[in-house]
Every structure is written in structure tokens, then in C-alpha cells.
Design a protein around this ligand. Sequence first.
Ligand code: ASP
Ligand code: MG
Length: 464
Amino acid sequence: MIVMKFGGTSVKDVEAVGRVVQVVGRERRPRLVVVSALSGVTDALLEAARLAEQGDGAAARQAVKALHRRHEEMTVLVRATERRASLLAAIDALFAELEGIVRALAVVEEVSPRSKDAIVAFGELASCRIVAAALEDAGLASRWLDARALLVTDAQHGAALPDRKATDERLRSLVRPLLADGLVPVVGGFVGATPARLTTTLGRGGSDFSAALFGAGLAADEIQIWTDVDGMLTADPRVVAAPRVVPQLSFDEASELAYFGAKVLHPATILPAVGLGIPVRILNSQRPEAPGTLITRTVEGGDGDGGPAAIACKRGLIRIDIASTRMLMAYGFLRRVFEVFERFRTSVDVVTTSEVSVSVTIDDRRSLEGIVAELRAFADVSHEDGMAIVCAVGERLRTDSRLATRVLSALEGLPLAMVSQGGSRKNITVVLRDADAPAAMERLHRRFFEDEGAPSERAALATA
Ligand code: ASP
Ligand code: MG
């Protein structure tokens, strides 16, 4: 069986859901469909929660009413009058319930994380009803499922952690029989519930995570993430003029890229699938014929002059140089340094060390002053704003010892502040001035993905 997950843009309106119906209809394998809220709905629900918290009950109810209307309009998808009426009734009931919640919270002017989850879950609770009804209407026997009955989590509202074992049991008892009967179950992503049945959510973008959890629990043959782009790109299109689709990535490569803001895929998504080696395929619901990007546990490095799988950058960073005030790096120095970052809950992106100093980059500048003050108790500290990370990612960096040199030589002439080859040796990272980042990215992209003479065969495949 496979899991087909459709993101918010893939279900954003009547036409989009029509495409989902076609894509799901063409598939022959048993399938579980996971859907996000219609695009923009989660934000709108959070806004309604904010208005309620401010005590502006009228505005909060107005926001709910607008959402209600938008979902009602989706029911034109369903032609059979009886089915459409029952979808409308389900949507009316959901939004009546939501309005009641929002009204009550506006009175007390308080929205706890628990209440916020109760509100924000409505996006997925409504979208799965719509998609299930549309599938039925197209002659595909389907069944909507309440995600709160399926995904068991702890009680960390807004960022709940799944209970994999309990969830797997629910999948076995609730989803497997439907699949065995040839039905297409449709469930909202992002949403779960505690064993005590309190509604929870997994965190923004959590539908991918739901899809991966369900895929893992059902031992799926493949997890498809249907979105509005052709797949993972060789570089960020805002930085590089002509990025290409990467046809295949390893899980590690995809995680690195996701970390660098390749928004197509949430890194945590990957984890439940990685363990079981389930391939994840990113596909474009607006161009279902495009091959997309396949993410697998491992990927062949290949021979020849291949380059990295993709390049990435992260901009607007601060570099902090920390030198031990003793002549040599004393025992325990690094521990003291990182304890400071830990105390200020500031994560560090790149770290390089020499015998007497350590440099790090951070992007969260909120605690910069406090961090520097504490470091100065035992080290000389200087910092520089306006830095960027540029990173080449590829399994091949591990197997081809010359590749790192080729990456660096493409950057010749640009002043590099830090150079690091990660522990996995699947990336090589440089830190340079933010102003130089676009030029660095363009050069790398031209060198490895556009040059006539030495195209990466994986990039070449992408354009074939
Ligand atoms: N609807 C949720 C969000 O916008 C979850 C998701 O779409 O993945 O964050
Ligand atoms: Mg998403």
C-alpha cells in the first residue's frame, strides 16, 4: 500500500481537489490519503484564536464565518445531491462547534495551548471530509477518518510527540480493514489526540510528519508528498536563476537540504520513514506527470566526475569567534562555550575550531548580548553580523575525496570566514559574507549543474 499526502495548496480550491481526485483515482495500489487544511486555513484559525484571546469575540466569530463560507463553497465539488447535503451538514456542524469554542474563549479572553489546538485542528478535520466526499462522488469508495482517533500523542500542545506503538495499533484496527475492503481512507494530517482524547497538533507543517508516521505504521511501500512544486531543487530559486529538480536524494541529503530551508519537506517527516527504509516521493499535484524527487535511505554515489546533489545557503547569520584566554584550549573549554549557548537556548549552525579558538554561527540574535557577556567571563569574544552559510550537499562528498576541493576551487577569490566538512562528510560548508552568498551560489550552480563539460549526472537526469 502507499500513503498519498496532499498539502494545503493541493486542496486549496475546487479545481485543486478535482486534481487530487484524478491523481488518487489513477492510482491502482491500496492507498491511505492524508490531507492538510486548505491553504491559508491554519493561519486563519490561529488568527481567530488570537482575536478570541484579545476578547474580540465579534471579530473572531467573523473570521470563523469566513472560513465556514470558504468550506461551504467547496461542496459544489460533489454532484450527488444527497452526498452534497450530508457534506454540507458535516461542515456546518464543525463550524458551529468551532464558533462555540471561539465565542467562549473570547469571553474569558484566554486561549491556552490546549484550546489553541482544539481550534487549529478544524482545518484538517474539515478538509478530510471534503476530499473524502469528492472521491466518493467520483466513484471511488472512500471513508473519512477522524485523525484524533488515529494519531495518539502526548499532551505537548502545539508540538505533540506521537506514541508510535499506540498509533500503530489504531492503524491496524482502523485503517487496515478499510484497505482490505478496497476503500480509500482519508484522514487529516497534523492533528492527533492524547489517550485522554484531548486534541493535539504536531506543529506547523506537521501533515508530512503524519503521513510518514502512518506510512511507517502501515509498512507502506511508498509515501507520496503531493505539493505545488516539481520536487527538491538543486538550489533555492530565490538565489539561483535556473535551479533544476533533483531526481533522487538520500534521506541524509534531503535532511541537510530541509535544514537549509528547502521548504518542500519538513526534516522531522523523514525520521519515521528512514527507520524502515520507506521511500518518500515528492510530486507536483499541478503536474502529476512530472517525475518528482525520490528520497530513499541510500543513493548510489556513481562514478565519474559527478558533483553534489544540491547546494543550499542560509543567510543573515552572525559569526562569533571565541578564543580561550589561556594560551591553549583548556580541558573543558568547549563544554563551557556550548553551555552558554544552551542556557540561552540558541542553536548553533556551523562550528569550526582551531587549537586556541572556536568559531560558531547563529541566526537567532535575540540573546546575542547575553551570550557574548557570559562568554567574555572566560574567553576573548568578537562577532560579525551579515554572514551566510553556503553548503554543498551530496553522498558523493564522502566517496570522492576530490569533490570538496572542486567545491572550494569554484569559490576561489571569495573570502571564506569558516570552512567545515560535517561529521557525516556528506556536505561541505563555508561561511562567507552575506553579500557574497548569491555569487557563491551562482558559481557553484554553474560549476556543478550547468557547465557543459562536467554536469552532475543526477542533475543531467533531472533535465532529461
Ligand atoms: N495545516 C498545517 C499547517 O499549515 C499542517 C500542514 O499543512 O502540514 O501548518
Ligand atoms: Mg506543508
